[in-house]
Design a protein around this ligand. Structure first.
Ligand code: HEM
Length: 447
């Protein structure tokens, strides 16, 4: 083990400032540049903090799996998310996180989420039915409408229907707040009555009121409505204890936030890629029409749509919604032959790793067939990790893959989605990897 830092761009104070500023306006470009210039382990600064950027799957494995208990979520992530989702799964750590995970995990068991297939197709049809032939749409917004409806119904069943608009609106404000937090170098305290703080507080109060109302109604009847909220309320740990109301509330908001933009994002990039690859589109259509023959997909069809699943996996490779995953060391720990001190930060990037030519031939090319026959198993575990890994692996992974498959199959069968020619699509790596100006498409009915 060495005390020296890995190679990197900052050997003095001025360079450290330069790195920090560059990350502020081009974080993704900066990371790609670092990996290409310095290789598997890179050291740089963000402000005063020492960052270790890992580009080898084995070192990422060390952090996420072997030494997972030496790493917590980073302070900025906890502050930005924790402010409205408290100690939910996304922002908690240590024993608290392990307990929450034990309690929440059963809600995502295969058998349980299978019951949601129908809801997923239903919400897709609901949004599709509003589309007008030949019109231009921002496909990112349309996908968001679908996944927001799905997460609301799978979390709270139908009870949120009357409040759906308030919930959607409040969520957008809070998510914008998180994005602003990561964008700005200076953070004003939450108690300052700035217009932004006030907007966020109002949104949070509205959301809290709705969630509290639903939780109390449920507690009063004790009824299992078959949704995620019922699972959380009924969850019992080994010692017989369950979640407090506050914990359930934190978890509900965490699942809401984690559970819709990521999938909407995946689908948006899928349409973008399919729009540029007519061969892949044709193959997808053949599979979907052969299996479904015009009817709506069901849970049983998901396993019969392997090419559809490969298209989604390849979109997740090229445009992983969670494009960067960070951790902070809570104790001295060795990674990649270097000694990290408490407070040092590890950065990993699915976006950068997924383009590494050591593991992916022609990495920039969209080739769904590379995922044929579980090919993923032949590459190191953390060469491809759109859902993270180890004890904090995405709890909603199966939910998301089933959802994306059902939405894609439902739409492909009925509509042709064409990209508006010559639009500039730029990446916007904020909390998730968005398209900067959205993606405009023409939606045409298939006859
Ligand atoms: C394609 C869609 C999705 C992608 C790419 C994705 C990706 C991820 C990733 C990379 C992590 C790990 C973050 C880290 O280690 O710091 C994560 C965690 C998480 N995801 Fe997802 N996710 C998706 C969909 C969902 C859905 C649909 C839900 C819930 C309904 C969900 C709920 C969560 C939760 C609660 C966590 C925190 C888990 C923990 O720390 O124990 N995700 N997700």
């Amino acid at each position: 083990m060495t005390n020296h830092y890995p190679p990197g761009p900052d050997t003095n104070f001025v360079q450290a400032i330069r790195s920090t500023l560059r990350q502020q306006h081009d974080r993704l470009g900066f990371l790609i540049d670092m990996a290409q210039t310095y290789g598997d382990t890179v050291h740089f600064h963000t402000g005063l903090r020492h960052i270790y950027f890992l580009n080898h799957p084995d070192d990422i494995h060390t952090v996420f799996v072997e030494q997972a208990d030496k790493f917590y979520k980073t302070r900025p992530v906890k502050q930005a998310f924790g402010k409205f989702m408290g100690q939910g799964l996304l922002a908690s750590d240590g024993e608290l996180h392990r307990r929450e995970r034990r309690l929440a995990q059963p809600a995502f068991h295969h058998k349980r989420i299978e019951a949601y297939a129908e809801i997923m197709v239903e919400h897709t049809l609901r949004v599709m039915n509003q589309w007008c032939e030949g019109q231009v749409y921002a496909i990112d917004q349309e996908m968001m409408n679908i996944t927001l409806g799905i997460v609301a119904q799978t979390l709270f069943n139908a009870e949120v229907a009357g409040d759906a608009e308030t919930v959607g609106h409040s969520m957008t404000i809070l998510q914008d707040g998180v994005i602003r937090y990561f964008r700005s170098l200076i953070h004003l305290p939450d108690w300052l009555p700035t217009p932004q703080n006030r907007r966020e507080q109002q949104a949070l109060a509205a959301l809290d009121q709705i969630i509290a109302k639903i939780i109390h109604q449920r507690l009063a009847t004790g009824e299992d409505k078959g949704d995620l909220l019922s699972m959380l309320l009924l969850a019992i740990d080994d010692d017989g204890s369950g979640m407090s109301i506050q914990q359930v509330r934190d978890e509900v908001i965490s699942l809401f936030v984690a559970g819709h933009e990521t999938t909407a994002n995946t689908l948006t990039w899928t349409w973008y890629l399919l729009g540029q690859h007519p061969d892949a589109w044709a193959q997808l259509l053949t599979e979907v029409t052969t299996v479904l023959g015009g009817r709506n997909p069901t849970l049983q069809d998901v396993a019969q749509l392997p090419y559809t699943a490969m298209v989604i996996r390849e979109a997740l490779r090229l445009y992983p919604p969670v494009w960067v995953i960070t951790r902070e060391a809570i104790a001295p720990v060795e990674v990649a032959g270097y000694r990290l001190e408490q407070g040092n930060v590890v950065v990993t990037s699915p976006y950068v790793m997924h383009r590494d030519p050591r593991y992916f031939n022609d990495p920039e090319q969209f080739r769904p067939e590379r995922f044929t026959d579980g090919w993923e198993k032949d590459i190191p575990r953390f060469a491809y990790f759109p859902f993270g890994g180890g004890p904090r692996i995405c709890v909603g992974q199966s939910f998301a893959l089933m959802e994306a498959t059902l939405i894609l199959a439902t739409i492909v069968q009925r509509y042709q989605i064409e990209l508006i020619p010559e639009q500039k699509v730029a990446l916007d790596p904020l909390v998730t990897l968005r398209a900067k100006q959205g993606i405009q498409v023409t939606i045409k009915a298939r006859h």
